[in-house]
Design a binder for this molecule. Structure first.
Ligand code: HEM
Length: 419
C-alpha cells in the first residue's frame, strides 16, 4: 500500500523483516542502498527510512517534521486498516504523538514529575530489586545447568521499577507484561490488538480512580496533582492514560534490551570484559554507552510525518508521508563512527549515539535507564564472576519485532556465586 506518488527517480525499496532476524545486516544493506530509502512494513505499509546518522539527527530536530499521526495522509485516506497492529505504536494520545505547543503541553507534566531527584530516590530500591533477583537466580537454573538471564533477570527488573514508580499494584504486573509483549511482538493479530487496547484502558481507568481517592508517592498521583493545579498543564483522563502507558512501554522493553544486549556484548567480547574488570567504575558507564551505540534497544521506530514537502539528500519526502527512524542502524553508520563502527569497543572516543532519539521528542528516560543498567550490570558480574554463555552466540535469536532490538533469551551458566 503506497502512501504517496513518487515523481522523482524512485528511491530504492526494501522489505523490512518484521522478525528483526538480522537487524544490523538489514540496516547495513539499507545504508548501502542510499541515505533515503523506502521500506515496506508488515501489512504492505510503506515508509521512508533515512539511513544516515547526521541526516536522521537533523530530521528529528526539523520543525517541519512531526510525530502527530493525524498528519499521515495514508491513514486519513483510510489506506491503513484501523486494526493494523503497528498502529498501537503510532496512534497515541500522548507526548510521543503530538507536535509543537501540544507536544510541549503533554511533555511538560512528565518533565515536572519525572525529575532527577525522583529517579535518584529510586536507587536504593533498584539495588534491592537487583539483589533479590540475583539471589533467586540459582533457583531458576534448568536441568541443563543454564539459566535464561533475559527471563529471570533483565525481564522482571525494569517492569518492577517502572510499575512501582507509576504506582501500578503488584497484582497487575503480569497483566501489564503480557499487554506490552502483545504490542511489541511482530505476530500480534488484529483481535489481540483490539483486546489489548480495551484491557489497558480498563486497568488505567481503575488506577486513576484509585489514586484520585487515595494519592500515593508515585508518578500517577504526581501527575494528578499537577492536573489539580489548573496552570495549563492539565491532562485529560485519556491523555493521562496514554501517557502512563507510554511510560510503561517505553521504560520496560527498552531497559530489558539494554541489560540483555550489554551482557551479551561482554560475554562475547572477553577482551572488553577484561578491560572493565581491570578498570574503575567509569568503565561500566562506557559499557552502557557503547551498548547503546552498538546494539541500541530501539531498532526501527515509527513514525514521523513532514507537514510540508522536505528534501533529504536530494530526495523529496512529500508532506503527509511516514518516515521510520532506524535508531539502531544509524548508530553503526561508518560516516559517524568510522570504519570500525560494527565493532563493540568500550574505549572508542566517540560514543555519541542516537539510541534515545533526538529533537524535541528525545527520550525522557535516559537517567533511569542508565541508573538501572549501572546497578544491574556490575552487580551481576560481581556476583557471578564466572558467568558465561550456555550456547553458541550464533544460536541466539532476535526478539521478533520491528522496533525492539534484542535477543529472545540469553542462556548462561552462572558459575559459583561470590560472597
Ligand atoms: C535504554 C532505555 C531506553 C531507550 C533506548 C529509549 C529510547 C527512546 C527513543 C528512541 C525514543 C524516541 C525518540 C524520538 O522519536 O526522537 C524514546 C522516547 C521516549 N522515551 Fe525512551 N528509551 C529508553 C528508556 C526510557 C525510560 C526508562 C522511559 C521512562 C520511564 C522512557 C520514556 C520515553 C518517553 C516518554 C518518550 C517520548 C518523548 C516524546 O515524544 O516527547 N524511555 N525513547
Amino acid at each position: 500500500m503506497a502512501d504517496s506518488t513518487v515523481t522523482e527517480p524512485s528511491p530504492p525499496l526494501i522489505h523490512l523483516d518484521p522478525m528483526g532476524t538480522d537487524r544490523h545486516g538489514e540496516a547495513a544493506r539499507m545504508r548501502e542502498l542510499g541515505p533515503v530509502v523506502r521500506a515496506v512494513l508488515p501489512g504492505d505499509v510503506q515508509m521512508w527510512v533515512v539511513t544516515d546518522y547526521a541526516l536522521l539527527a537533523d530530521l528529528a530536530a526539523d520543525p517541519r517534521v512531526g510525530r502527530d499521526w493525524r498528519n499521515w495522509h495514508a491513514l486519513q485516506r483510510g489506506e491503513i486498516p484501523g486494526d493494523w497492529p503497528l498502529l498501537s505504536m503510532i496512534r497515541l494520545n500522548n507526548a510521543m504523538a503530538r507536535d509543537g505547543a501540544e507536544h510541549r503541553r503533554l511533555r511538560r507534566p512528565l518533565i515536572r514529575t519525572f525529575t532527577r531527584s525522583r529517579v535518584e530516590r529510586l536507587q536504593p530500591r533498584i539495588k534491592q530489586i537487583v539483589t533479590t533477583l540475583l539471589d533467586d537466580l540459582p533457583d531458576q537454573v534448568g536441568e541443563d545447568g543454564s539459566v535464561d538471564l533475559r527471563r529471570h533477570y533483565a525481564y522482571p527488573f525494569p517492569m518492577q521499577v517502572i510499575c512501582e514508580l507509576i504506582g501500578v499494584p503488584e497484582a497487575w504486573w503480569p497483566k501489564f507484561r503480557e499487554l506490552i509483549d502483545t504490542v511489541v511482538r511482530a505476530d500480534t493479530t488484529a483481535e489481540e490488538f483490539v483486546a489489548t487496547q480495551q484491557e489497558r484502558h480498563d486497568l488505567w481507568q481503575r488506577l486513576i480512580a484509585m489514586r484520585r481517592v487515595e494519592p500515593a508517592d508515585d508518578l500517577t498521583s504526581a501527575l494528578l496533582a499537577i492536573n489539580d493545579e489548573d496552570d495549563g498543564d492539565a491532562l485529560t483522563d485519556e491523555e493521562l492514560e496514554d501517557t502512563l502507558w507510554m511510560l510503561i512501554g517505553a521504560g520496560h522493553e527498552t531497559s530489558i534490551s539494554l541489560i540483555v544486549n550489554a551482557t551479551r556484548a561482554l560475554l562475547t567480547h572477553p577482551d572488553q570484559l577484561a578491560l572493565v574488570r581491570a578498570g574503575d567504575t567509569d568503565m561500566w558507564d562506557r559499557v552502557i554507552e557503547e551498548t547503546l551505540r552498538w546494539d541500541a534497544p530501539v531498532g526501527n521506530f515509527p513514525a514521523r510525518f513532514p507537514v510540508e514537502d522536505i528534501t533529504v539528500a536530494g530526495v523529496t519526502i512529500p508532506k503527509g508521508d511516514a518516515i521510520l527512524a532506524p535508531w539502531s542502524g544509524v548508530n553503526r553508520d561508518p560516516a559517524q563512527f568510522g570504519e570500525d563502527a560494527d565493532r563493540f569497543d568500550i574505549t572508542r572516543t566517540s560514543q555519541k549515539h542516537l539510541a534515545f532519539g533526538g529533537g524535541p521528542h528525545v527520550c525522557i528516560g535516559p537517567r533511569l535507564a542508565r541508573l538501572e543498567a549501572a546497578i544491574a550490570l556490575p552487580e551481576l558480574f560481581a556476583r557471578y564472576p564466572d558467568l558465561r554463555l550456555a550456547v553458541d552466540p550464533a544460536e541466539l535469536t532476535a526478539v521478533p519485532s520491528l522496533f525492539s532490538n534484542s535477543v529472545r533469551s540469553l542462556p548462561v551458566y552462572l558459575g559459583r556465586p561470590r560472597g
